[in-house]
Write a protein that binds this ligand. Structure first.
Ligand code: HEM
Length: 409
């Protein structure tokens, strides 16, 4: 780690964010960066990293100084076209408005029965195997399918294809790792991600055409967009990309966070027992998992004005900025003893679902899925053990366990 005040007027480090060792536990390293200053330049990736809760929230809330629009090529590659995530103008609100009502809390709660059935269909066979003495990886054999099946049912697409949706979506997610890795390995991940996007785009394009041919709007989310008044002004590519984004967004993120929940409660059996005894703690326990093991570690933005500043430090127009969400969620000025996992903390907003105009559209759904998952886990497998070390891979953009072997206690 070196300081270089000639190159840029902020402390500089040279750290590969897709390094395996760094990703196993990035928190002590990010703590060192925090001690260097509010903004640290990472020369390896040529990006300005932001560390505190307050400054990350300020960057995400200020689209006149820091926008997502310059990430448009990245989003086009990821989803096959422009989606709401790459738009910062009022058009963003109109595009988001197409599905906004469907993701409101009271509307999402109506999906409880559907979600409970999906969770049971994935958790029951898993629990049976663990109870019989097998060590089973919870990701492919349980958590991975839950959000995929839920979002497939909500979109009205074929649930039998959930393994394809999962693998295309995983490939897209791994593109985030390729994005930070300039080596041939990174290039391969990006190529696989493009192939995953293409496959999902083709599938969604055909589903959209079928809705139009049928001519009668259904209750599913694909129909909602196809027959929406505003969507009539969207390019076909944008409609396909938006549906692709929903399959992806409602997929790997939630599954990885469920896996992180298993790890956190596996490492803290006393807190797991407290949850078994008092189910009213489940919502705050999930928020604590999300704070402590933040999944989306970086929300990329670009400085888009000559006035762009963070904590009084000027950021050159056009430079890429990385609000480090995991660092923000362990900011000691906001949380006492932030490295401690503690489900009894006073609930406070964290940045795990983002902040500002791009805050996660699906957060109510993700929370409900996770809560139902935890409820059934506590009912069906209240005692379990982690059978081995947990590997966090190299994907800093979507950081989570890549395997969670579970054994009976
Ligand atoms: C635990 C699971 C999830 C996590 C951690 C998560 C996280 C996030 C974050 C951090 C953002 C902000 C992106 C930014 O500022 O650039 C975001 C945006 C978004 N999320 Fe999620 N998400 C999750 C689940 C879901 C689900 C289930 C859906 C929908 C089915 C969804 C749909 C979206 C969409 C459409 C956006 C873009 C919103 C906009 O640009 O206005 N997410 N998500």
């Amino acid at each position: 780690m070196s300081l270089d005040s000639d190159l840029v007027r902020v402390p500089t480090v040279d750290v590969n964010l897709s390094d395996w060792e760094f990703n196993q536990n990035p928190y002590p390293v990010m703590e060192e960066w925090r001690s260097l200053g509010p903004v640290v330049f990472n020369s390896r990736h040529e990006r300005y990293m932001v560390l505190s809760y307050r400054n990350c929230a300020k960057v995400l809330a200020n689209v006149t100084q820091f926008n997502s629009q310059r990430m448009v090529e990245f989003f086009k590659m990821t989803f096959g076209g422009v989606t709401m995530e790459a738009i910062d103008t009022p058009r963003h609100h109109e595009m988001r408005g197409v599905w906004a009502e469907d993701f409101q809390r009271d509307v999402v709660i109506a999906q409880r029965q559907l979600i409970s059935e999906v969770v049971a269909s994935r958790i029951d066979p898993f629990v049976e195997r663990v109870r019989s003495g097998e060590i089973v990886d919870a990701i492919p054999h349980m958590t991975r399918g839950i959000p995929t099946l839920v979002i497939a049912k909500m979109l009205g697409i074929e649930t039998e294809m959930y393994e394809e949706f999962s693998s295309w979506s995983d490939a897209i997610g791994n593109g985030g790792e390729g994005f930070l890795d300039p080596s041939p390995r990174g290039a391969k991940l990006l190529a696989d991600s493009v192939a995953g996007t293409k496959a999902l785009n083709e599938y969604m394009a055909a589903a959209i055409v079928r809705r139009r041919e049928h001519g009668v709007p259904g209750q599913d989310l694909v129909s909602k967009m196809v027959f929406d008044d505003f969507a009539a002004s969207m390019a076909e590519e944008e409609i396909v990309a938006s549906n692709t984004q929903l399959v992806f967004a409602g997929n790997e993120t939630t599954a990885k966070l469920m896996a992180a929940t298993l790890v956190a409660l596996g490492k803290h059996p006393d807190q797991r027992r407290a949850l078994v005894a008092d189910r009213s703690l489940i919502p705050q326990a999930f928020e604590e998992v999300h704070r402590w093991e933040t999944l989306v570690q970086n929300l990329p933005r670009h400085a888009c004005s000559d006035e762009s500043q963070i904590a009084g430090i000027s950021i050159p127009n056009g430079a890429e900025v990385m609000p480090l969400i995991g660092a923000a969620n362990r900011d000691p000025s906001r949380w006492e003893n932030p490295d401690k996992f503690d489900i009894f903390r006073e609930p406070k907003q964290h940045l795990g679902f983002g902040f500002g105009m791009h805050v996660c559209l699906g957060l109510n759904l993700a929370r409900l899925e996770a809560q139902i998952f935890i409820e059934q886990l506590l009912d069906k497998l209240p005692d379990y053990e982690l059978a081995g070390d947990i590997d966090y891979g190299r994907n800093f953009l979507l950081r989570g366990p890549s395997a969670v072997p579970i054994a009976r206690a």
